[in-house]
Design a protein around this ligand. Structure first.
Ligand SMILES: Nc1ncnc2c1ncn2[C@@H]1O[C@H](COP(=O)(O)OP(=O)(O)OP(=O)(O)O)[C@@H](O)[C@H]1O
Ligand SMILES: [Mg+2]
Length: 404
């Protein structure tokens, strides 16, 4: 079976999905922007063939693939990187291959279309309207009411996303959105924020995952002093999570999703109601797949490959741990000079700490606004949730990185 993997080595976790495809017996043909020498090792070793093409030039990609198609059959196209989902769908249509069409992919890329489909299925979304002009934003705000959220219809990483509490604030925010061609205006939903992620095959959920964001992503993104935490939860049977699970089970068929990874976000209001946030036809980023692996002692990269290549998992994945990650942001600008408080907590937590991946002393800081991973991360796990909450809270408050 010959599978084309779009962007097999970028972002870096794609290399592990590429390796997963090869591990389950597929012949993997890579198509990407990177020069072959820049492909991460796991991708390079897994690829039977690689074509470097400008992925934003759809015509060029199709020409290259039709050229390849003269020599080998192309059976399937996979893409787990958001910007090229539509490209992957076009290739499928051009070759008459199974999998998501352009029409099925669009609602995963356009937050307004997405919510319209979800509304039609009777699932609770925030009140919403889209707008392409300043006047339309004012009108949408009028309809939706305050507090509200304004954000790009195709946003990522909370970029250009604002909470707006009044008409005065909206007037202040509008100039900052001038470069965004279309925005979504939404009712602000107060509550806790979770994911609902799956690996599916042929419309069946083979693996499900819920991750709890602490604090909510927009807050993580707004304050540099925050150490963002995400916790993959072991016990999905608790009453508090049923609203989101049930919603996830309804959203997938509403969007006609059948095979692959999904990443949904949902809000749980104080009264317990679940409200839809957004969904991507791809895995969550920021190392969340690694968290799932630590939580199960499994390999979700391979599980995804089994799902898309064979339609089933070779063995079930069992959730054994709650697994939390803390992302750290240094104080100061420049290069990392020292780290405080780490040794004490490592000694205390012992085997529960499964990964420490902080920038080494002397390396330049990363841009915390551009990458959630910031200046590094610490991952902990425990069968019980409370210890993971405590460990992540203390790592967030007591480990300090400094730069100058
Ligand atoms: N209607 C809403 N009510 C409350 N908070 C919201 C709402 N819409 C967005 N937010 C906040 O802004 C964040 C980013 O919004 P959203 O998830 O829609 O965009 P994104 O930039 O695509 O995120 P991602 O990084 O997950 O791709 C959310 O995680 C949430 O904290
Ligand atoms: Mg989001």
């Amino acid at each position: 079976m010959n599978i084309v993997m779009i962007s097999p080595g970028y972002p870096v976790e794609m290399a592990y999905f590429t390796r997963g495809l090869a591990a389950v017996g597929a012949t993997v043909i890579g198509v990407g922007d990177q020069p072959p020498s820049a492909l991460p090792e796991p991708a390079r070793n897994a690829l039977a063939h690689y074509e470097q093409v400008n992925l934003s030039d759809e015509g060029a990609v199709l020409t290259v693939l039709h050229g390849l198609g003269q020599h080998a059959s192309i059976d399937q196209v996979e893409c787990l990187w958001e910007p090229y989902m539509i490209l992957a769908a076009r290739i499928r249509e051009s070759f008459g291959l199974p999998g998501m069409t352009v029409e099925q992919t669009l609602p995963f890329r356009d937050k307004e279309r997405m919510k319209q489909k979800i509304d039609t299925a009777g699932i609770r979304t925030p009140r919403h309207a889209s707008a392409t002009t300043v006047a339309a934003v004012w009108e949408a705000a009028e309809q939706v009411g305050y507090p509200l959220i304004v954000k790009p219809i195709a946003g990522a990483g909370s970029a250009d996303t604002y909470r707006v509490d009044s008409t005065e604030e909206l007037a202040e925010v509008l100039p900052m959105l001038r470069h965004v061609p279309e925005v979504s205006v939404e009712e602000f939903i107060d509550g806790e924020e979770f994911t609902y992620d799956t690996v599916c095959a042929n419309g069946s959920i083979l693996f499900e995952n819920i991750m709890w964001y602490r604090p909510r992503p927009l807050q993580m993104k707004s304050h540099e002093w925050i150490s963002p935490v995400s916790i993959v939860l072991r016990d999905l049977s608790v009453p508090d999570l049923q609203g989101g699970r049930q919603m996830g089970g309804e959203v997938l068929p509403a969007l006609g999703f059948r095979t692959g990874f999904t990443h949904m976000e949902w809000y749980r209001k104080a009264d317990g109601d679940a409200v839809f946030g957004e969904i991507g036809a791809r895995p969550p980023g920021a190392r969340a797949v690694d968290l799932m692996n630590y939580a199960t002692d499994g390999d979700l990269f391979v599980a995804w490959a089994e799902a898309v290549a064979h339609g089933s998992l070779s063995h079930p994945l069992e959730r054994k741990f709650n697994c939390g990650v803390v992302f750290k942001r240094a104080r100061g600008v420049g290069r990392i000079t020292h780290i405080e408080g780490l040794d004490k907590l490592l000694a205390e937590y012992g085997e529960h700490v499964v990964l420490v991946d902080l920038l080494p002393i002397g390396t330049p800081r990363r841009d915390w606004r551009a990458t959630l991973i910031s200046d590094g991360m610490i991952i902990v796990r425990h069968p019980e949730l409370q210890p993971v909450i405590e460990m992540t809270e203390r790592i967030a408050s007591d480990v300090h990185m400094y730069a100058s």
